[in-house]
Design a protein around this ligand. Structure first.
Ligand code: MF3
Ligand code: CO
Length: 290
């Protein structure tokens, strides 16, 4: 049972405002959904305005790092060189790459090519070639706050089929994003993402999903894409999480490589991922990193 706060007590969110003027109505609303049997966010998943402002700044750095590297993601560059650029730009902007040393991950960025699903490790041996598609997944710690987003890049002349997969993967994220609203549900985005991928003959990886983020790199809730509308966790203002569906051209099955990090498609088909970091606002959503 959660502690009942007096109307004049300081709010549990840490805003230092009176509970009555802060999250009292919010709590009533959440309780209402809970009584109807819905899964509801815990107080730990709700950020206060100061935290949101700080996480927003982290997200801006993250997006700026991705912007800065864009012109270099071309034929002939190695993923090791991309890693150096990401590291340098992040430091230059006052941040720290969140991935570097995270659970002993050895690099500052994940670079996943073609049939690599995610968590590709940059290497001096991996040279970008004409026709490759690559995901660059960046995450940043800025003034102790975390952000995370990723984009796909096409190297040179990419086949029509691969370009279509890249486009549909991006559409999946955008369609999911548009479902984000207070008092909606995580299943709302899961359903549209799943449907859009399947409509194009693709599949969505089930084992890997998005996550809460902000005070730490990976926080609850976990964001999967198998949901049905009006099911799954309730969305409430102040929640921050990533939407990062992985779409495979073939089957959804994946396997983990010997390096312990990188996943590949089981059937060798191409795989794409776009990742956006989003805040649930009072009237919809705000993109914090893309
Ligand atoms: N941005 C990736 C994710 O959220 C980072 C994975 S952790 C790493 O899944 F160590 F592999 F970088
Ligand atoms: Co992520």
């Amino acid at each position: 049972m959660l502690t009942r706060l007096g109307k004049n007590d300081a709010c549990w969110c840490g805003s230092q405002k009176e509970y009555r003027k802060c999250h009292a109505d919010f709590d009533e609303k959440v309780d209402h959904y809970k009584r109807q049997g819905h899964l509801v966010p815990s107080r730990q998943m709700i950020r206060n305005p100061l935290q949101i402002a700080a996480i927003r700044e982290s997200g801006k750095v993250n997006a700026a790092v991705l912007d800065a590297v864009t012109e270099y993601v071309k034929e002939g560059i190695t993923t090791e060189e991309i890693d150096r650029l990401i590291y340098q730009k992040t430091i230059e902007l006052g941040g720290i790459p969140a991935q570097l040393g995270y659970k002993r991950f050895p690099k500052s960025v994940c670079t996943s090519l073609n049939n690599q699903v995610c968590h590709g490790i940059p290497s001096p041996k991996t040279v970008l070639c004409d026709g490759d598609i690559i995901n660059v997944d960046v995450s940043t710690i800025y003034k102790d706050y975390f952000s995370d987003s990723s984009r796909m890049f096409c190297v040179g002349n990419v086949t029509k089929e691969a370009r279509r997969l890249v486009r549909v993967g991006q559409e999946c994220v955008i369609l999911g994003l548009r479902q984000v609203r207070p008092w909606g549900f995580l299943g709302d985005l899961g359903q549209v993402i799943q449907e859009h991928a399947v409509k194009h003959g693709y599949s969505v990886v089930k084992k890997i999903g998005g996550h809460g983020i902000g005070l730490r790199f990976h926080e609850p809730p976990w964001i999967g894409y198998e949901g049905k509308a009006n099911t799954g966790m309730l969305l409430a203002p102040g929640m921050i999480f990533t939407i990062e569906p992985i779409i495979n051209a073939g089957k959804a099955s994946i396997y983990l490589a010997k390096n312990g990090w990188t996943y590949y498609t089981e059937d060798d088909s191409l795989s794409v991922q776009w990742e956006v970091m989003v805040l649930v606002t009072e009237d919809g959503y705000e993109v914090l990193a893309y």
